[in-house]
Design a protein around this ligand. Structure first.
Ligand SMILES: *[C@@H]1O[C@H](CO)[C@@H](O)[C@H](O)[C@H]1NC(C)=O
Ligand SMILES: *[C@@H]1O[C@H](CO)[C@@H](O)[C@H](O)[C@H]1NC(C)=O
Length: 402
């Protein structure tokens, strides 16, 4: 009804505007449409001609007053007006009438007909009942079925229009056309990343805006999913495991620090030594090879979760045992280092004996180096390592330390 009133308003506006241009007429699919032939006498005999160029015609088609096979689609009424008993998508196009009054004055009418169908109320299918703060969630898919022309779907959060921003909001719209009816189904999927500490029960709604101007939007029933913020992992949950146990190692030995922070998605792990962040790319394992005095200190790891703040592990102390006094321990550390190396090589290449041979060579070299006991050399090595890994850390610095 509103649509018809709107069409009426159009005609009024346009007839005031003049008969020179064309009038835009919108007609609801399936309903009758009457187009008046201006200036025509109300009763026969009349001198008038209707012609049309629509989806049903190949070019201009002149309608005869006598009536023909077109009667079911369009026919001229006794008062000269044109009647389309049930408008279809194929009736979109241009309609023209040329009429001669009894006094011999010619008048032309020119109509551009657009058809429309208001779809049913849009609906949010697969609505989320719960969202997790800090990570992307699918809120739902808004579907509008059976409209013409296609139209668009808009999402709203607490009344505010949502658009894809490449960060927290992603909207994916898809339009399909029914092969037989020619009507459109529009669907729009919404993904959001709710902010931590945001509203616990936001209201999401979607609306369908028809493809013709001046038509009211249709609104779907809103949904109010609960936003759930994952609890921070308690401090004791982030564990630091040190190998060898106790963190005491002979000079030249290897220390493996493993940060255990079970969570999905896995957190980023950074390392801290003596209260200062180590400039290393994030990794849950910190390997200290050929340990020297400069490696002694207090170590801890920091797990940064995407959903909440960083969590630091308890600290461990790494210390050097004096060689000579602790021969058996040193031997054990060396032995286990070699074993690990051989195992790793075996796994990598399946080289078997060759791996053992290489392992022995490495072990020999290591022994050599140790005999030289050159702490300056070691320090130099350490520096080179640090310098190499300096560049990627500059960028990392901006993400902020713990
Ligand atoms: C009629 O519709 C056409 C295209 O849809 C538009 O360009 C034109 O401005 C409209 N005419 C009027 C008078 O609104
Ligand atoms: C002609 O007749 C139709 C149907 O009776 C009516 O809707 C239309 O308004 C009439 N046209 C004129 C110009 O009176």
């Amino acid at each position: 009804m509103a649509a018809r009133a709107a069409a009426g308003a159009w005609m009024l506006v346009l007839s005031l505007w003049g008969a020179v241009g064309s009038q835009n007429i919108t007609a609801r699919i399936g309903e009758p449409l009457v187009l008046n032939c201006k200036g025509a006498p109300k009763k026969p005999p009349q001198q008038l001609e209707w012609k049309l160029n629509t989806g049903r015609t190949e070019a201009w088609k002149v309608l005869s007053t006598q009536g023909d096979s077109w009667d079911r689609v369009a026919r001229i009424l006794p008062n000269g007006s044109l009647l389309l008993p049930a408008v279809g998508i194929q009736d979109e196009g241009t309609f023209r009438c040329r009429a001669m009054s009894r006094k011999g004055k010619e008048t032309k009418s020119n109509y551009r007909v657009q058809v429309y169908k208001i779809p049913g109320k849009p609906e949010i299918v697969d609505p989320a009942s719960e969202l997790t703060a800090g990570v992307p969630n699918k809120v739902g898919t808004c579907v509008s079925e059976g409209g013409y022309p296609a139209g668009t779907i808009n999402w709203h959060l607490d009344g505010k229009h949502l658009v894809s921003d490449g960060k927290g909001v992603s909207v994916k719209e898809e339009t399909r056309r029914h092969p037989e009816t020619g009507l459109f189904t529009v669907q729009s999927e919404l993904m959001v990343t709710p902010a931590l500490g945001g509203a616990p029960r936001p209201t999401f709604s979607c609306s369908f805006s028809p493809g013709l101007p001046r038509r009211r939007a249709l609104h779907a029933a809103p949904i109010q999913p609960r936003v759930w913020a994952p609890k921070p992992v308690p401090l004791e949950k982030v564990q630091l495991v040190v190998e060898p146990e106790g963190g005491a190692v002979a000079p030249g030995g290897t220390v493996t620090l493993t940060c255990e922070a079970p969570a999905q998605p896995p957190p980023q792990i950074h390392w801290i030594k003596d209260g200062m962040p180590l400039r290393l790319s994030p990794s849950p394992v910190l390997l200290l090879r050929e340990v020297g005095p400069q490696d002694q200190g207090i170590y801890s790891c920091v797990a940064t979760y995407p959903t909440h703040g960083p969590q630091e592990s308890p600290a461990v102390r790494i210390s050097i045992i004096e060689t000579g006094e602790e021969e058996p321990t040193t031997g054990y550390v060396r032995g286990s280092g070699l074993g690990t190396l051989a195992l790793a090589l075996e796994i990598l290449g399946g080289l078997g004996t060759a791996a053992l041979l290489i392992g022995i060579i490495v072990w020999q070299r290591r022994k050599h180096r140790e005999e030289r006991k050159a702490p300056e050399n070691q320090e130099e090595e350490e520096h080179t390592e640090l310098n190499q890994s300096e560049e990627p850390e500059v960028a990392e610095g901006s993400t902020g330390g713990p």
